[in-house]
Design a binder for this molecule. Sequence first.
Ligand code: SF4
Length: 295
Amino acid sequence: MVIVMICDLCPRKCNAVRTEHSGDGFCKMGTLPVVARVAPHYGEETCISGTRGSGTVFFSGCTMKCKYCQNHEISLTGKGVTLTPKELAKGYKMLEEAGVHNINLVTADHFVEAVAESLDIYRPRIPVVYNCSGYTSPKTLSILDGLVDVYLPDFKYADDALAKKLSSAPNYVETATAAIQEMIFQVGKPRYDDEGMMKKGVIVRHLILPSHTKNSIAVLERLARYFKNDVLVSLMCQYVPCGEAKKDPKLNRKITRREYEKVERVLFSLGLDGFTQELSSATEEYIPEWDFAGN
Ligand code: SF4
């Protein structure tokens, strides 16, 4: 485990000094993982959650700063319990013994080295899912090569100016495209086990934002152009106004049925394979409760 590092792990390349418990980079996190929840989760795509749940580990802090972050309570504050790679590995084992379908690492980019070490200590017999924002560098993803089975990245924007405005994420479009290319290179096309659970592959998620259907359509067009037969696309409508978004008149509402159907029609017309959601999923009940327990 790296004790002190000059960090260039994510595309921000802050070159910030990070020690085990503190960091002065954009993400403000130290190198030891901080975790807000370790528990089965049932709100993922059916081939990930199944009947027994996905074994989620929610990491605190983030390399993006989305105004509307649905998990803002942990992404912005960095609140949680600090774990060593060995303790993290114990968490995977505990989830596996509880019978979940997979181990699902949520927003771990800024802790990727400790995560790789934890998977070297204990490699679960069930698939490892890496759930991230898509704002990741291929070089950092290469640390996970051979350790991750299923990638679950977001593709939030097809417009760099919008990515900068809403998520403080410069050069998002090319960065996320290159990251997904690397993910496909590592795990290949979607494959399933006998129960229909995903055992290898990439699912790209896109959350539709209110008043931003043009962006959503451009995202789908880009996914079709670059990755059509290699990934599944999960179109999400579960947006609820959170955090700073409540102060923005364009973002301070749920999406309408009309907005959702407009984007969904494009998904179908482009022949993209994947998942859609019921509009009724736009409720705060889908946001996990943070127990900050780490086990
Ligand atoms: S992981 Fe954090 S400190 Fe490292 S480059 Fe990214 S934002 Fe900066």
